[in-house]
Ligand binder design. Structure first.
Ligand SMILES: Nc1ncnc2c1ncn2[C@@H]1O[C@H](COP(=O)(O)OP(=O)(O)OP(=O)(O)O)[C@@H](O)[C@H]1O
Ligand SMILES: [Mg+2]
Length: 490
């Protein structure tokens, strides 16, 4: 279900709604459409989608959604998988099968942006209405490319501008039950047609009892007592909760836009039931909302305001601490890895042990993130350290999973000049040969295998079974079987 509430008082956006309505109509006829909605923060992108979906709602349709934010930056496929509800163990066998295929092919969550393009390109053959919402001027080139691809393929691009003055007045009138008078209109013009700012501003005025209702609604306090910016208005909302709840919200902001009560309880070192009162207070203050099995900030800007109210150095320390606490409770590898990546502090002993333990699961779920973290950790680990061999093998496997063959070859070749343990050397040679095969250097792959076979001194008859034949495998690496001597000797 779409997590954003339909605005209680809807105004304007007639033309934009017509575009989404047309998409819904096409869906009814069995045709797919892509719509891209962009605009500044709080301008009403998510609300437009929520309103259109609520209007067009059809019990026959499944509505899925996914969110991309800083913490999911290295997982470009994730929002799409969340959106299509492709996950292992899904009650729908087709979705479970798709998740299984992705896991087996080690595409994990990090297939490159191609997945988005391919879906957009194939849209007219699918019964799917694909709507993307995005803040204006996305800084990442991948997002800009995706937007260009949508426009080039005939998808609709909606750019949301400020609400018209008459819509602003209509929204204020609906919120207060009375049309605004001149002074109030002048004040609400400060919101520059941004409905988030406008709603927050009017809510703040009501909270501060600064509105007097007569034939027209007017402000009853001096101008200088009024909050000058959206940040100040959001802070005002945040200051309406107790200190304990504010502290809980700051911790939650470290976890991301969406989080689970269980993870929050771990970070706060409090039992989950102990958080109930604060969570209720935050929900009542319009700061948090339930979202599926977890919780989410009611608006991304609320999380942003909380997050940015902490100094950058404190934030990175909190991310690192969160990673450690969550790892100690065996939390999901991806959640821990995202925190570790945001903390950016490798080389701490526990990070090394955790990465070696979690690397297989993480490489399946998010190979790019796994490779980035392992690379950083390896840089902090001395060659010859007990963990070095294990880390480098994990890194090369992750590189292979993302298709970074040249780097995999470089790292594996370097590792072979330092490794002494025969089993590790065998495993590394095996992965190196795969990377060379992937890079099209078949002769090199064969010579690495020959050399490794000579090194491990295998029985002639045992070789084929010990070293499965190389084959093109869409990135799948067959398990490496350590060679064993035959009882009869050579
Ligand atoms: N047309 C509208 N009529 C009334 N209220 C609206 C309208 N559009 C948006 N709002 C209100 O404005 C607020 C912000 O809207 P919304 O969350 O949709 O913005 P957004 O563009 O998705 O922001 P972000 O970039 O942060 O995701 C919400 O509280 C919503 O209820
Ligand atoms: Mg939004």
């Amino acid at each position: 279900m779409w997590p954003i509430d339909r605005p209680p008082h809807w105004v304007g956006r007639t033309q934009e709604l017509a575009v989404l309505r047309a998409g819904a109509e096409a869906l009814r006829r069995g045709e797919g459409t892509v719509v891209w909605v962009e605009g500044e923060p709080g301008i009403g992108k998510s609300s437009l989608v929520a309103h259109a979906l609520a209007e067009a709602g059809d019990p026959e349709w499944d509505i899925g959604w996914g969110i991309a934010d800083q913490l999911t930056e290295q997982l470009p496929l994730r929002p799409m998988l969340d959106c299509l509800q492709v996950k292992p163990g899904s009650p729908d066998p087709r979705r479970a099968h798709a998740a299984d295929l992705l896991r087996k092919q080690r595409l994990g969550l990090s297939a490159d942006g191609d997945a988005g393009y391919q879906l957009a390109a194939a849209i007219d053959q699918l019964r799917l209405l694909l709507i993307a919402t995005c803040r204006s001027a996305p800084p990442r080139p991948e997002v800009q490319q995706l937007r260009t691809a949508v426009a080039r393929r005939g998808g609709a691009v909606i750019t949301l501008g400020p609400l018209a003055e008459s819509d602003v007045a209509a929204l204020v009138a609906k919120m207060l039950g009375t049309p605004p008078g001149d002074a109030l209109r002048q004040l609400t013009a400060q919101a520059a047609g941004n409905p988030l700012y406008l709603r927050e501003l009017v809510d703040a005025l009501v909270r501060e009892r600064a509105v007097r209702n007569g034939p027209a609604a007017e402000i009853s306090v001096a101008w200088d007592q009024l909050p000058p910016s959206l940040a100040a208005v959001l802070n005002d909302r945040l200051s309406s909760v107790s200190a304990q709840t504010a502290q809980m919200l700051r911790t939650a902001a470290v976890l991301g836009a969406r989080f689970t009560v269980a993870d929050l309880a771990v970070l706060l070192r409090r039992p989950a039931w102990d958080l109930a009162a604060s969570l209720q207070e935050a929900a009542a203050a319009g700061l948090l909302a339930g979202s599926g099995a977890g919780l989410a900030f009611r608006h991304p800007l609320i999380r942003q305001a909380l997050y940015e109210s902490m100094p950058a150095a404190l934030r990175t320390t909190l991310h690192t601490e969160a990673a450690r606490e969550l790892a100690a409770t065996d939390a999901d590898a991806l959640t821990v890895a995202q925190q570790l990546s945001a903390g950016g502090r490798p080389g701490q002993g526990w990070t090394r042990a955790w990465l070696i333990r979690a690397a297989p699961a993480l490489t399946t779920q998010a190979p790019q993130l796994a490779a980035d973290l392992l690379r950083l950790e390896l840089e902090e680990t001395a060659v010859g350290d007990e963990a070095w061999d294990a880390l480098v093998v994990c890194l090369v496997r992750a590189l292979l999973a993302v298709g970074a063959y040249q780097e995999a070859i470089r790292q594996a070749s370097r590792a072979l000049t330092a490794m002494t343990d025969p089993a590790r050397r065998g495993e590394t040679s095996w992965i190196l040969a795969h990377a060379q095969w992937g890079a099209g250097s078949n002769d090199d792959a064969i010579s690495v295998i020959r050399q490794a076979l000579a090194e491990v001194d295998l029985p002639r008859t045992g070789r084929p079974g010990c070293w499965p034949c190389l084959r093109r495998s869409n990135g799948t690496l067959p398990a490496w079987t350590p060679p064993t001597r035959s009882p009869a000797g050579r």
